[in-house]
Design a binder for this molecule. Structure first.
Ligand code: SF4
Length: 264
């Protein structure tokens, strides 16, 4: 009988017999489990055309059912107040902005008052929202522009809004959609961009291209609410650091889901 060493080699050899090594059948090569390569192989291919449109409808239905109350979380009573709040919300939470704006609006009720404000006084009030010098400059600038060009009123067209100081397409979309009920575009902030990519609704990172993709996928009348649904989802479940896919109603259709449908 041939004795086998503890290492599984025939005894009496230094490293087992070369012959045995050569004739032993090589084990089948299997892909490693739980590698990014293995995970990516399970991902769905990006949807296109009619399939993508159908999928977008599913996304809408499920998010709308989950957040039937979705709305703008900035407090406002007029287009002017929403414009100011949106400018202040850059790099700041809506909650913080909502703490600051009552004080600001009590001191400066409208564009005529803010247009002649001392920058240091405004800075003091909005300091906690961050970037307060730049925001003060934008607020006083936009107040002056409204007084000079629009009789102190906020215009209700994209063309008129985006030429105001400190107002870009995102801010204009917020004001048009929520203060004027005009669906001119989709608000694309950090949540909309991230959730849109994770859901496979877009593969773009440039906000203008993300907006273009979303506008092509959803009917115009859904655009304002769509941004609220994606923002609410991004704040509550599809959070940036670690999405809570186990609590997500889209876990079985989302291409980025960390939960597999059959194991849930
Ligand atoms: S399944 Fe996960 S990644 Fe996809 S939308 Fe839901 S939380 Fe986000």
């Amino acid at each position: 009988m041939v004795k086998v060493s503890a290492k599984g080699r025939p005894a009496g050899t230094r490293s087992g017999t070369r012959k045995a090594a050569v004739t032993r059948k090589a084990p089948a090569v299997r892909p490693p489990r739980n590698t990014s390569k293995a995970k990516s192989s399970r991902r769905r291919r990006p949807l296109k055309g009619a399939a993508l449109a159908t999928y977008a409808g599913v996304v809408w239905d499920r998010l709308h059912a989950l957040y039937p109350d979705a709305h703008c979380e900035l407090d406002f009573r007029s287009p002017w107040q929403l414009l100011v709040a949106t400018i202040l919300s850059a790099q700041c939470t809506d909650k913080r902005v909502n703490m600051v704006t009552p004080v600001l609006f009590a001191r400066y009720p409208g564009p005529p008052q803010l247009a002649i404000a001392l920058p240091e006084d405004v800075e003091e009030i909005i300091k906690s929202t961050g970037f307060f010098r730049a925001k003060t400059k934008a607020l006083i600038g936009v107040a002056n522009a409204l007084v000079d060009r629009h009789d102190g009123q906020v215009p209700s067209t994209m063309e008129s809004l985006v030429v105001l100081p400190g107002v870009g397409r995102k801010t204009a979309n917020v004001v048009l959609g929520n203060a004027f009920d005009i669906n001119d575009g989709v608000v694309v902030d950090t949540h909309v961009g991230r959730v849109g990519v994770r859901l496979g609704l877009t593969s773009e990172v440039d906000p203008v291209k993300v907006e273009r993709d979303l506008m092509a996928l959803f009917p115009r009348e859904q655009w304002t609410l769509l941004s609220h649904l994606l923002i609410w989802h991004g704040r509550r479940i599809c959070i940036a650091r670690k999405p809570r896919c186990g609590d997500c109603p889209l876990f079985d259709v989302c291409p980025s889901s960390l939960v597999r449908a059959k194991t849930r």
